[in-house]
Design a protein around this ligand. Structure first.
Ligand SMILES: Nc1ncnc2c1ncn2[C@@H]1O[C@H](COP(=O)(O)OP(=O)(O)OP(=O)(O)O)[C@@H](O)[C@H]1O
Length: 378
């Protein structure tokens, strides 16, 4: 099984990491995925919110698992993993994990201890979600080193720019030095209060500042006291308040999530009025086509660099075509391809047929010219 490992990270506390981890995880499990949640925070809030009010009474937690990896001791299959009634598995955490963080400082391969632990579990799950602690310390670095994706929840109440810069620079460092596969899935706005314009302003600010580099999820999680209640209940928002708006938000995020995986392999962008770029993963790298605004072909080719993420490939392609400046607005790939097909059909309709050409020759009047630049000559 190909396992997606998703770190839910933001060094700012109380932005909705735990709530997102639990509800996206349970949402994915309800959609038939095999999901493991990892509590990566010594506060154990994920562990508590999934019905284990006293994490320090649990016989085995993440610090034990990481300790065994550090000591080169074997871990029994499924050791310490708890099962939640709503279909997810959980590797819990308790306060001992902060002691583990201290011992990691002098350990060999200290950044990859969690990765080594997850390597023992990988084939058994389609998704592993890690709830990170609110800091950029060694435990978060371990989570980023183990993950291939990151979701960044941002509370829509504060200007998040400065903290985000720090987080992004840590992500880039981890990507450069330890984990080149790491990529940011997107920023998720949480606790959005629709009675104020604040969320809209923050979303607009985030789009302006990061929109060309990072996806800002179209789905937002509304603010609701019902979300606050779930951690005491030990269940998901889907069980606690299935008809509520927070459940709807997390349901939308869950539905959208598999699409993100597809978008990693093929995507299209509108280039701020200059046309479109479509990219698709192929065996040797990235196949791409640039289109004019009328969807006629401008240029195309292949970038022989399969190690790049789709966003990195996009930037290299645009740079090679001197189009690096300006906006890139993510489009629905299939919708763009439909438009391209329509434009091709239209240009084929306008292309003179052989009969028309012969008739034009006979009557000595010129045949109508093809309007599409992409159309091959007859
Ligand atoms: N959509 C929401 N509406 C209202 N309250 C929410 C919502 N989502 C989460 N909360 C509440 O906000 C608080 C912080 O949420 P959560 O624990 O998920 O954040 P966190 O980023 O994991 O925090 P920490 O950094 O401390 O681990 C909790 O009390 C939670 O119940």
């Amino acid at each position: 099984m190909n396992t997606q490992i998703i770190a839910i990270a933001n060094q700012k506390g109380g932005v909705g990491k735990t709530t997102t981890c639990a509800n996206l995880g349970i949402g994915l499990a309800q959609a038939g995925k095999k999901v493991l949640l990892i509590d990566g925070d010594p506060q154990g809030s994920l562990t508590i919110s999934l019905g284990n009010p006293q994490p320090d009474k649990l016989p085995f937690t993440l610090s034990d698992a990481m300790g065994k990896i550090l000591m080169d001791q074997p871990i029994r299959p499924g050791e310490g993993i708890l099962h939640h009634a709503e279909g997810v598995d959980l590797m819990p955490a308790d306060i001992q994990l902060s002691g583990m963080e201290v011992s990691l400082v002098n350990a060999m391969s200290r950044e990859t201890i969690l990765r080594q632990y997850l390597d023992t579990l990988k084939g058994q799950y389609s998704h592993i979600l890690i709830d990170c602690q609110p800091s950029l310390g060694m435990l978060t670095v371990n989570a980023l080193a183990a993950a291939n994706r990151i979701i960044i929840p941002v509370q829509a109440e504060y200007l998040p720019a400065k903290g985000l810069e720090q987080l992004l620079s840590t992500v880039n460092k981890v990507k450069r030095q330890i984990n080149p596969k790491l990529q940011i899935d997107g920023i998720l706005l949480t606790m959005v209060d629709n009675r104020t314009n604040f969320a809209k302003e923050i979303a607009a600010l985030l789009r302006d500042t990061y929109g060309s580099k990072i996806r800002i999820f179209g789905t937002e999680i509304p603010h609701s006291v019902r979300a606050k209640e779930i951690s005491a209940e030990g269940k998901s928002i889907f069980a606690h308040d299935p008809g509520g708006k927070v459940a709807e938000g997390y349901r939308n995020l869950t539905d959208f999530y598999p699409e993100i995986q597809t978008q990693d392999e093929q995507a299209a962008w509108e280039l701020g009025g200059k046309g479109y770029l479509a990219i698709q993963f192929c065996e040797d790298g990235w196949d791409y086509t640039l289109y004019h605004s009328d969807y006629s072909v401008m240029d195309g080719g292949q970038l022989d660099a399969p190690e790049l993420t789709i966003q990195e490939a996009r930037e290299q392609i645009l740079e090679a075509h001197h189009m690096e400046k300006g906006r890139r607005l993510l489009q629905d790939y299939d919708a763009v391809m439909d438009k391209v097909a329509e434009a091709e059909e239209l240009s084929a309709d306008h292309r003179p047929s052989t009969l028309e050409k012969l008739a034009a020759l006979a009557s000595d009047t010129p045949a109508p010219k093809s309007s599409a630049r992409s159309a091959p000559e007859l």
